[in-house]
Design a protein around this ligand. Sequence first.
Ligand SMILES: *Cc1c(COP(=O)(O)O)cnc(C)c1O
Length: 243
Amino acid sequence: MNEEERGTYLDFLRGRRAEILERLAAACVRSGRRADDVLLLGVSKTVGIDEVALAWEAGYRAFGENRPQELKRKLSACATSPKLADVRFDMIGNLQTNKVNMVIGNVSLIHSVSSTHLAEAISKRSVARGIRSRVLLEVNVSGEESKSGFTPDGATTALDALLSLPGIDVRGLMTMAPRDDPDAARRTFSGLRELRDALRGSHGLPLDVLSCGMSDDFESAVEEGSTLVRLGRTVFDPSYAMG
Ligand SMILES: *Cc1c(COP(=O)(O)O)cnc(C)c1O
């Protein structure tokens, strides 16, 4: 990007951010919560480091990536920029056990722990590095075959074993809603919250983080209890029209 393009893109990011924050705040009011109860994660998987730096300038502080390789690339670029040195990145996408080492220690939160096998791999490698990784359990609430994650019953059954793993700290739950079906999306979000409430009751854990809501459905996610929305297109893509 040249200087002029940067300026135009920064203006877009700022304007869009103001609109997103306004909608988030309104959804928080509707669900009886405070606006700062919800973290806005900018999903930067489709943009480069220039765009991330401009988003930081526009006020974003936390980003999400879905590929370990790209995460690493962005983190090394950020490390050379004093301004971006303490930027937060989360891992939000499918993680294979052989890529765990690229991710642990580099992210604030891993949203996509979709199996006991993966949780064990993260725990083992975290212990080897002397760290404890904060994770969310990805739950396939909607039951779509295309989606990964624990079934709600599977998460309930697996939780005891997951809690005994020394290298992970289970902070909450994450889900992906069906696309293009607002009612099904809302049921998915309320289902995630109900599962969280049930697990709180049975295991006495806070499970404070509910990661759900993307560009098309973040307002209903917040109304249903989301504490962390993952927004890609609406943050970064000028051609994305907010509904
Ligand atoms: C891409 C992605 C998002 C963001 O989706 P948008 O519809 O662009 O907001 C959120 N979560 C995950 C896991 C993703 O892969």
